[in-house]
Design a protein around this ligand. Structure first.
Ligand SMILES: Nc1ncnc2c1ncn2[C@@H]1O[C@H](COP(=O)(O)OP(=O)(O)OP(=O)(O)O)[C@@H](O)[C@H]1O
Length: 269
Protein backbone atom coordinates (compact mmCIF):
# COMPACT_ATOMS: atom_id res chain seq x y z
CA UNK A 1 0.00 0.00 0.00
CA UNK A 2 1.56 3.26 -1.04
CA UNK A 3 0.84 6.64 -2.57
CA UNK A 4 2.13 6.60 -6.14
CA UNK A 5 2.45 9.46 -8.57
CA UNK A 6 3.52 8.40 -12.05
CA UNK A 7 4.50 10.49 -15.07
CA UNK A 8 2.45 13.47 -13.93
CA UNK A 9 2.54 16.48 -16.23
CA UNK A 10 0.84 19.78 -15.73
CA UNK A 11 0.86 23.21 -17.36
CA UNK A 12 -0.87 26.47 -16.46
CA UNK A 13 -2.04 27.51 -19.94
CA UNK A 14 1.16 27.22 -21.98
CA UNK A 15 3.50 27.31 -19.01
CA UNK A 16 4.65 23.75 -18.20
CA UNK A 17 5.11 23.32 -14.44
CA UNK A 18 5.39 19.56 -13.88
CA UNK A 19 7.38 17.69 -16.49
CA UNK A 20 6.75 14.03 -15.73
CA UNK A 21 6.86 13.59 -11.97
CA UNK A 22 7.20 10.14 -10.39
CA UNK A 23 7.21 9.49 -6.69
CA UNK A 24 6.19 6.80 -4.27
CA UNK A 25 5.54 7.22 -0.54
CA UNK A 26 5.17 4.00 1.44
CA UNK A 27 2.12 3.60 3.66
CA UNK A 28 2.84 5.31 6.98
CA UNK A 29 5.71 7.25 5.40
CA UNK A 30 6.33 10.93 6.04
CA UNK A 31 7.69 12.53 2.88
CA UNK A 32 8.98 16.08 2.50
CA UNK A 33 8.38 17.77 -0.83
CA UNK A 34 11.19 20.27 -1.25
CA UNK A 35 12.34 22.71 -3.87
CA UNK A 36 12.76 26.41 -4.53
CA UNK A 37 9.87 28.84 -4.99
CA UNK A 38 8.00 28.01 -8.15
CA UNK A 39 9.42 24.48 -8.51
CA UNK A 40 5.94 22.93 -8.54
CA UNK A 41 5.36 21.70 -4.97
CA UNK A 42 1.93 23.30 -4.50
CA UNK A 43 0.85 22.28 -7.97
CA UNK A 44 1.74 18.65 -7.26
CA UNK A 45 -0.09 18.60 -3.91
CA UNK A 46 -3.12 20.20 -5.59
CA UNK A 47 -3.12 17.46 -8.23
CA UNK A 48 -3.08 14.72 -5.59
CA UNK A 49 -5.81 16.63 -3.71
CA UNK A 50 -7.78 16.90 -6.98
CA UNK A 51 -7.90 20.66 -6.88
CA UNK A 52 -6.17 20.52 -10.28
CA UNK A 53 -6.32 17.83 -12.95
CA UNK A 54 -3.03 16.75 -14.57
CA UNK A 55 -2.55 16.83 -18.34
CA UNK A 56 -1.08 13.33 -18.11
CA UNK A 57 -0.06 10.75 -15.52
CA UNK A 58 -1.63 8.82 -12.69
CA UNK A 59 -2.07 9.14 -8.93
CA UNK A 60 -2.99 6.08 -6.91
CA UNK A 61 -3.17 4.88 -3.35
CA UNK A 62 -3.06 1.20 -2.47
CA UNK A 63 -3.39 0.49 -6.19
CA UNK A 64 -6.57 2.53 -6.50
CA UNK A 65 -6.73 5.30 -9.10
CA UNK A 66 -7.33 8.41 -6.99
CA UNK A 67 -8.06 10.59 -10.01
CA UNK A 68 -11.04 8.42 -10.98
CA UNK A 69 -12.41 7.83 -7.47
CA UNK A 70 -15.75 9.54 -6.75
CA UNK A 71 -15.10 12.82 -4.91
CA UNK A 72 -16.68 11.78 -1.60
CA UNK A 73 -14.65 8.58 -1.49
CA UNK A 74 -11.52 10.49 -2.47
CA UNK A 75 -12.18 12.79 0.50
CA UNK A 76 -12.33 9.79 2.83
CA UNK A 77 -8.86 8.76 1.65
CA UNK A 78 -7.09 12.09 1.10
CA UNK A 79 -7.18 15.26 3.20
CA UNK A 80 -5.44 18.42 2.14
CA UNK A 81 -4.18 21.41 4.08
CA UNK A 82 -3.79 24.26 1.58
CA UNK A 83 -1.15 26.95 1.94
CA UNK A 84 -3.87 29.29 3.13
CA UNK A 85 -7.48 28.41 3.34
CA UNK A 86 -10.62 30.40 3.06
CA UNK A 87 -13.10 29.52 5.77
CA UNK A 88 -16.29 31.52 6.04
CA UNK A 89 -15.51 34.13 8.65
CA UNK A 90 -18.76 33.70 10.59
CA UNK A 91 -17.79 30.07 11.34
CA UNK A 92 -16.42 29.16 14.72
CA UNK A 93 -13.28 27.06 15.08
CA UNK A 94 -15.39 24.01 16.02
CA UNK A 95 -17.64 24.46 12.98
CA UNK A 96 -14.64 24.80 10.71
CA UNK A 97 -13.06 21.61 12.07
CA UNK A 98 -16.39 19.77 11.81
CA UNK A 99 -16.23 20.35 8.04
CA UNK A 100 -13.47 17.73 8.03
CA UNK A 101 -16.10 15.13 8.93
CA UNK A 102 -18.21 15.94 5.83
CA UNK A 103 -17.16 12.88 3.79
CA UNK A 104 -18.09 10.59 6.69
CA UNK A 105 -21.29 12.22 7.95
CA UNK A 106 -24.71 10.84 7.07
CA UNK A 107 -27.64 13.17 7.64
CA UNK A 108 -26.10 14.90 10.63
CA UNK A 109 -22.97 14.58 12.77
CA UNK A 110 -23.06 11.79 15.34
CA UNK A 111 -21.66 11.95 18.83
CA UNK A 112 -18.60 10.08 17.48
CA UNK A 113 -18.07 12.80 14.83
CA UNK A 114 -18.16 15.44 17.58
CA UNK A 115 -15.71 13.46 19.71
CA UNK A 116 -13.29 13.22 16.77
CA UNK A 117 -13.62 16.98 16.17
CA UNK A 118 -12.96 17.75 19.85
CA UNK A 119 -9.94 15.43 19.85
CA UNK A 120 -8.48 17.19 16.78
CA UNK A 121 -9.09 20.60 18.34
CA UNK A 122 -7.37 19.45 21.52
CA UNK A 123 -4.47 17.93 19.59
CA UNK A 124 -3.73 21.22 17.83
CA UNK A 125 -3.93 23.18 21.10
CA UNK A 126 -7.09 25.01 20.04
CA UNK A 127 -9.45 24.01 22.87
CA UNK A 128 -9.61 27.50 24.36
CA UNK A 129 -10.43 28.95 20.95
CA UNK A 130 -13.05 26.43 19.88
CA UNK A 131 -16.03 28.81 20.12
CA UNK A 132 -14.12 31.75 18.64
CA UNK A 133 -15.16 32.99 15.16
CA UNK A 134 -12.52 32.31 12.51
CA UNK A 135 -12.39 36.06 11.79
CA UNK A 136 -10.87 36.62 15.24
CA UNK A 137 -7.90 34.26 14.85
CA UNK A 138 -4.30 35.08 14.12
CA UNK A 139 -2.75 33.68 10.92
CA UNK A 140 -1.00 30.88 12.82
CA UNK A 141 -4.13 29.95 14.77
CA UNK A 142 -6.13 29.77 11.53
CA UNK A 143 -3.42 27.57 10.02
CA UNK A 144 -3.72 25.18 12.99
CA UNK A 145 -7.51 25.04 12.45
CA UNK A 146 -6.92 23.85 8.88
CA UNK A 147 -4.62 21.12 10.19
CA UNK A 148 -7.18 20.10 12.85
CA UNK A 149 -9.82 19.94 10.11
CA UNK A 150 -7.59 17.69 7.98
CA UNK A 151 -6.98 15.35 10.93
CA UNK A 152 -10.70 15.24 11.79
CA UNK A 153 -11.18 13.91 8.27
CA UNK A 154 -9.27 10.76 9.37
CA UNK A 155 -7.60 10.31 5.99
CA UNK A 156 -5.27 7.57 4.81
CA UNK A 157 -3.21 10.21 2.96
CA UNK A 158 -2.49 13.61 4.48
CA UNK A 159 -1.27 16.38 2.16
CA UNK A 160 0.11 19.54 3.71
CA UNK A 161 1.19 22.56 1.70
CA UNK A 162 3.62 24.57 3.82
CA UNK A 163 1.47 24.06 6.92
CA UNK A 164 3.99 25.64 9.25
CA UNK A 165 4.70 28.84 7.29
CA UNK A 166 2.67 31.04 9.69
CA UNK A 167 3.50 29.15 12.87
CA UNK A 168 5.86 30.22 15.61
CA UNK A 169 8.73 27.91 16.44
CA UNK A 170 6.87 25.98 19.15
CA UNK A 171 3.88 25.25 16.91
CA UNK A 172 6.11 24.44 13.91
CA UNK A 173 7.75 21.71 15.95
CA UNK A 174 4.51 20.54 17.59
CA UNK A 175 2.75 20.34 14.22
CA UNK A 176 5.55 18.32 12.68
CA UNK A 177 5.57 16.04 15.73
CA UNK A 178 1.81 15.54 15.41
CA UNK A 179 2.09 14.67 11.72
CA UNK A 180 4.95 12.29 12.44
CA UNK A 181 2.97 10.54 15.16
CA UNK A 182 -0.09 10.28 12.88
CA UNK A 183 2.12 8.54 10.32
CA UNK A 184 3.88 6.24 12.77
CA UNK A 185 0.99 5.37 15.07
CA UNK A 186 -1.94 5.43 12.67
CA UNK A 187 -0.17 4.42 9.45
CA UNK A 188 -1.30 7.58 7.65
CA UNK A 189 0.84 8.45 4.64
CA UNK A 190 1.89 12.11 4.70
CA UNK A 191 3.33 14.39 2.03
CA UNK A 192 4.36 17.84 3.16
CA UNK A 193 5.58 20.73 1.03
CA UNK A 194 8.06 22.51 3.25
CA UNK A 195 10.93 24.97 2.90
CA UNK A 196 12.91 24.20 6.02
CA UNK A 197 15.40 21.53 4.93
CA UNK A 198 16.50 20.85 8.50
CA UNK A 199 12.97 20.31 9.75
CA UNK A 200 12.41 18.02 6.77
CA UNK A 201 15.58 16.08 7.61
CA UNK A 202 14.63 15.77 11.25
CA UNK A 203 10.99 14.78 10.93
CA UNK A 204 10.59 13.10 7.56
CA UNK A 205 11.83 9.70 6.43
CA UNK A 206 11.83 10.62 2.75
CA UNK A 207 12.79 13.78 0.92
CA UNK A 208 11.77 14.50 -2.66
CA UNK A 209 13.44 17.51 -4.24
CA UNK A 210 11.75 19.25 -7.16
CA UNK A 211 13.54 21.56 -9.51
CA UNK A 212 11.81 23.11 -12.49
CA UNK A 213 8.97 20.59 -12.28
CA UNK A 214 11.19 17.52 -12.17
CA UNK A 215 12.27 15.24 -9.32
CA UNK A 216 16.02 15.66 -8.93
CA UNK A 217 16.49 13.72 -5.67
CA UNK A 218 14.40 11.18 -3.78
CA UNK A 219 15.43 9.18 -0.74
CA UNK A 220 16.09 9.35 2.99
CA UNK A 221 17.13 12.95 3.75
CA UNK A 222 20.65 11.91 4.73
CA UNK A 223 21.12 10.46 1.24
CA UNK A 224 19.02 12.91 -0.77
CA UNK A 225 20.76 16.00 0.63
CA UNK A 226 23.77 16.37 -1.60
CA UNK A 227 25.82 19.52 -1.14
CA UNK A 228 26.49 20.17 -4.82
CA UNK A 229 22.90 19.39 -5.85
CA UNK A 230 21.29 21.58 -3.17
CA UNK A 231 23.71 24.42 -3.95
CA UNK A 232 22.80 24.22 -7.64
CA UNK A 233 19.04 23.87 -7.13
CA UNK A 234 18.75 26.70 -4.59
CA UNK A 235 21.38 28.88 -6.29
CA UNK A 236 23.16 29.27 -2.97
CA UNK A 237 26.36 27.70 -1.76
CA UNK A 238 25.35 25.34 1.08
CA UNK A 239 27.18 22.93 3.36
CA UNK A 240 25.69 19.59 4.39
CA UNK A 241 26.98 18.02 7.58
CA UNK A 242 26.16 14.58 8.88
CA UNK A 243 26.48 13.93 12.58
CA UNK A 244 24.96 11.99 15.44
CA UNK A 245 21.97 14.37 15.39
CA UNK A 246 21.38 13.64 11.70
CA UNK A 247 21.94 15.64 8.54
CA UNK A 248 22.09 19.43 8.66
CA UNK A 249 22.12 22.01 5.88
CA UNK A 250 23.57 25.49 6.32
CA UNK A 251 24.35 28.29 3.88
CA UNK A 252 28.13 28.36 3.41
CA UNK A 253 28.05 32.09 4.18
CA UNK A 254 26.90 31.26 7.72
CA UNK A 255 29.69 28.77 8.42
CA UNK A 256 32.14 29.98 11.06
CA UNK A 257 35.06 31.64 9.21
CA UNK A 258 38.35 29.83 9.78
CA UNK A 259 40.93 31.91 11.61
CA UNK A 260 43.49 33.44 9.27
CA UNK A 261 47.14 32.67 9.94
CA UNK A 262 48.52 35.02 12.52
CA UNK A 263 45.12 35.85 14.02
CA UNK A 264 45.00 33.00 16.53
CA UNK A 265 44.80 34.27 20.07
CA UNK A 266 48.22 34.07 21.68
CA UNK A 267 48.62 31.94 24.77
CA UNK A 268 49.60 34.05 27.73
CA UNK A 269 53.00 33.22 29.14
N1 LIG B 1 -2.81 29.75 -10.92
C1 LIG B 1 -1.67 29.84 -11.60
N2 LIG B 1 -1.66 30.31 -12.87
C2 LIG B 1 -0.52 30.39 -13.58
N3 LIG B 1 0.68 30.01 -13.11
C3 LIG B 1 0.74 29.53 -11.86
C4 LIG B 1 -0.43 29.41 -11.04
N4 LIG B 1 -0.06 28.90 -9.84
C5 LIG B 1 1.27 28.69 -9.90
N5 LIG B 1 1.75 29.06 -11.12
C6 LIG B 1 3.15 28.96 -11.55
O1 LIG B 1 3.51 27.60 -11.52
C7 LIG B 1 4.84 27.44 -11.06
C8 LIG B 1 4.86 26.47 -9.88
O2 LIG B 1 4.13 27.06 -8.82
P1 LIG B 1 3.89 26.29 -7.45
O3 LIG B 1 2.99 27.16 -6.64
O4 LIG B 1 3.46 24.90 -7.72
O5 LIG B 1 5.37 26.28 -6.85
P2 LIG B 1 5.89 25.99 -5.38
O6 LIG B 1 7.05 25.09 -5.52
O7 LIG B 1 4.76 25.52 -4.51
O8 LIG B 1 6.36 27.43 -4.93
P3 LIG B 1 6.42 28.15 -3.49
O9 LIG B 1 7.60 27.52 -2.77
O10 LIG B 1 6.70 29.58 -3.85
O11 LIG B 1 5.11 27.95 -2.78
C9 LIG B 1 5.35 28.84 -10.75
O12 LIG B 1 6.11 29.28 -11.84
C10 LIG B 1 4.10 29.65 -10.61
O13 LIG B 1 4.34 30.99 -11.00
Amino acid sequence: MSLEVASVRFAYRRNPVLEGVDLRVAEGGFCALLGPNGSGKSTLTKIIARVLAPAAGTVSFAGRDLLATPRREHARVVSYVPQSGATPFEQTVREAVLLGRTPHIGLRPTRRDREIVDASIERLGLAELSDRPMSQLSGGQAQRVLIARALAQQPRVLLLDEPTSALDLRYQIETLQIVRSVTREEGVTALIAIHDLNHAAHFCDQAVLLDGGRVVADGPPAEAFDEALLSRVYGLDVRVSRGAAGVEVRPAALEPTPLRAGTAPKESA
